[in-house]
Design a protein. Structure first.
Length: 80
């Protein structure tokens, strides 16, 4: 749970209150690219290693959603 919480804070791209982690529509392509690099790292992209981190199915789905959102923001490459 602690590792997922740390990852969730790392994906926080807006204010800490009332914001959603992994919401990259307003952060710009550069920030989304850094987040995507983290989310595609060997530790998180490899399903076996994610299982080793003991993430629940819901947590794994959240990480997948953050990865898709970051990839889309990188593709759109809009300024913040």
């Amino acid at each position: 749970l602690a590792i997922f919480g740390l990852l969730q804070l790392a994906m926080q791209s807006g204010p800490l209150t009332g914001s959603n982690p992994g919401y990259f529509k307003r952060c710009g392509g550069d920030v989304a690219r850094v987040a995507l690099k983290l989310l595609e790292s060997d530790t998180l992209a490899n399903g076996d290693l994610s299982a080793t981190l003991l993430f629940t199915e819901k947590q794994l789905e959240a990480v997948g959603k953050w990865r898709r959102n970051a990839a889309k923001a990188v593709e759109n490459n809009k300024p913040p």
